[in-house]
Design a protein around this ligand. Structure first.
Ligand code: PH2
Ligand code: MG
Ligand code: MG
Length: 141
């Protein structure tokens, strides 16, 4: 059975032309199969968290109406990260584009490589702000 659900995906970039990476990512997310881009939050510049010294990020979140399962969506996100030129260096380190599944409205996952909701779903201030903004954008429709 196909489930039509709403997925919240976080975008982050702190290398290169960060705005362009986010714009290209939004376009790629909107053209995934069985998926519609419902709403996009504001873009926020944030101080880097974590153990690595690096430049500030641009962060944003989108809400997607999708029939993709969490596992299928993860595969699409990896494909988009690679297509947009992501080079993975160190864990937590700088990146041109990072796409993370924050949560689904109705589905969860608990695997070694995929935990939904994301363990930090309520921990990052900017993720909380972006989720609140998306909730009010979606509620208006
Ligand atoms: N992502 C990281 C590490 N540090 N800092 C900010 N401000 N925003 C991020 O998206 C971020 C980070 C690893 O994914
Ligand atoms: Mg991340
Ligand atoms: Mg990631």
């Amino acid at each position: 059975m196909t489930v039509r659900d709403i997925a919240y995906v976080a975008l982050g970039s702190n290398l290169g032309d960060r705005d362009v990476y986010l714009a290209r990512a939004r376009r790629a997310l909107a053209s995934m199969p069985r998926t519609r881009l419902m709403a996009a939050s504001s873009i926020e510049e944030t101080e880097p968290f974590g153990p690595v010294e690096q430049g500030p990020y641009l962060n944003q979140m989108v809400a997607l109406e999708t029939e993709l399962s969490p596992r299928e969506l993860l595969g699409e996100l990896h494909r988009i990260e690679q297509a947009e030129g992501r080079v993975r260096t160190e864990r937590w380190g700088p990146r041109t584009l990072d796409l993370d599944i924050v949560r689904y409205e109705q589905q969860t996952a608990d695997d070694a490589d995929l935990i939904v909701p994301h363990p930090a779903v309520n921990e990052r201030d900017f993720w909380r702000r972006e989720q609140a903004e998306l909730r009010s954008l979606i509620a208006r429709h």
